[in-house]
Design a protein around this ligand. Sequence first.
Ligand SMILES: Nc1ncnc2c1ncn2[C@@H]1O[C@H](COP(=O)(O)OP(=O)(O)O)[C@@H](O)[C@H]1O
Ligand SMILES: [Mg+2]
Length: 203
Amino acid sequence: MNTYEKDQSKIQIHLQDICRRNISRLQNLVNQVMDYHRYDQKNVKHYTLEQINDIITEVVQDLSPVAYTQRTKITCDLHKNIPMFKMEKESFRRVFLNLLNNAIKFTENGTITVTSMFQNKTITISFKDTGMGISKDKLTHIFEPFSCASRETKGNTNGSGLGLSITKKIVESYGGSIKIDSHPNTGTDVVVTIPITTNQDEF
Ligand SMILES: Nc1ncnc2c1ncn2[C@@H]1O[C@H](COP(=O)(O)OP(=O)(O)O)[C@@H](O)[C@H]1O
Ligand SMILES: [Mg+2]
């Protein structure tokens, strides 16, 4: 291969990389937009009896390699008394994937602590990180779709800004709530609460 051909092949590899990244971003955005609208269509859900700790564990296992590349350690403190309840498993997987993904994305060389507990008929799950935190300004609009995509921070471009609004929709569809406590340069604590009704037949 002569120098010209070598240069051409380098350019091709570079362009392929750019294409791949953009396709993946677009795929991500399409998935998130579809998810966002799916949650308005109540009839497509499939409920099964699940243990929330198992879903958290799966998600932590899936994302640990990504945290590792950021030199961030994930610690779990999952209480054993969490009752199983009827849910659409995929929706909770999405919730935890998004929250843990955010914690990893905005934490470098830090720690993330995932906690679950059950008290007063309520399951509380917290994702606490020691990352860059969120400004008060941003925090006010954080659950609005597209309000703060991650490209605004750190040059990180793989966020659509839809994750938290989808997460909130899902959590609220179970009668639950989501709260974020965050301080710039200190970290963020995202707390999800789900009330557990003794009569689960309505699902
Ligand atoms: N754990 C966190 N630490 C710092 N900033 C966060 C965290 N979670 C969310 N954010 C901020 O909230 C924004 C919106 O999050 P999200 O709705 O999940 O969208 P995305 O991750 O696609 O940007 C992020 O872009 C980021 O600015
Ligand atoms: Mg996100």
